[in-house]
Design a protein around this ligand. Structure first.
Ligand code: SF4
Length: 276
């Protein structure tokens, strides 16, 4: 082979899949000057929180590189139709598969890819690891010992800061109607983004036939959840839970408590590809 012969060795692509959450955002900022040819992607369900879109625009400006939005043509509504109007749930999570995993794997294609995952050094959870043999997942925060405090520092030093939805009490990124939300987060959505709460409520179908009834929260339509007495009960329960949590905090440093904030939640766990 002469020096002019094109190489037959396929090039390796470097891809970082962002969710709009703090960890994948911090990882994108962290890798900006370390991997020059990084491709940043975001699997857009078309139903993300308003703040997530604004946040990603700011991150994009900081990176100086486009964040490729996947799913431009087929968002949540398209797939809802394909699935016969069945709302996704923790037991039938077609949304993650069709709107997050598949678009990512299609975008990756068949070339060798290094996929950067934002799991922190202080976590033992497992992120999205593709079974496609051409994708090799790497965990720079784990390798470099970057924990929650480290992630906060990266976000603060860049001026990007934490994702803005944390300010009103939503704990993770993803769709505004995500069924992994706790009742208190639904209340906060109603108080902060009543238009998105209304939009979520419109997706629900309430009939006499349980097999044809679809609600985001099992056994509680949003039309019930939004009633003042239900909201008061949810808030009371949340406050009691917080009280207990503070008492159990003991001598832990605040940063340790914050680092585990998702895990202290007693509700169902959100999927990592949507929230990392
Ligand atoms: S954020 Fe929730 S509703 Fe949206 S794709 Fe992920 S699991 Fe599904």
């Amino acid at each position: 082979m002469t020096k002019d012969t094109p190489s037959l060795v396929p090039r390796t692509r470097h891809i970082l899949c962002m969710s709009g959450g703090k960890d994948s955002t911090a990882l994108a900022l962290y890798m900006r000057d370390r991997v020059q040819n990084m491709e940043y992607v975001f699997c857009d369900t078309d139903k993300e929180l308003t703040e997530t879109y604004e946040y990603l625009n700011r991150v994009e400006a900081f990176l100086g590189k486009k964040i490729v939005r996947l799913n431009a043509k087929a968002g949540f509504d398209h797939w809802l139709e394909v699935f016969g109007g069945y709302l996704p749930s923790p037991h039938m999570r077609w949304c993650t598969k069709m709107l997050k995993l598949k678009p990512f794997e299609e975008y990756v294609g068949e070339e060798p890819v290094v996929s950067y995952v934002g799991i922190r050094a202080d976590e033992d959870r497992v992120g999205y690891i593709s079974t496609k043999p051409n994708i090799k997942a790497v965990f720079p925060f784990k390798e470099d010992g970057i924990d929650f405090a480290g992630v906060m520092k990266i976000l603060q030093d860049s001026g990007i800061g934490m994702p803005p939805y944390l300010k009103w009490g939503r704990t993770h990124s993803g769709c505004y109607f995500c069924f992994f939300q706790r009742p208190i987060e639904w209340v906060r959505l109603l108080e902060t983004h009543p238009d998105q709460f209304e939009a979520a409520q419109k997706y629900e179908k309430i009939t006499d036939d349980p097999g044809k009834t679809f609600t985001w929260v099992q056994g509680m339509p949003l039309s019930d959840l939004r009633k003042p007495e239900t909201i008061a009960a949810i808030k009371r329960r949340y406050e009691d839970h917080e009280e207990r949590r503070k008492l159990n905090r003991g001598n832990k440093k605040l940063v340790e408590v914050l680092a585990g904030m998702e895990e202290e939640d007693d509700g169902p766990k959100a999927c990592l590809i949507c929230q990392l």
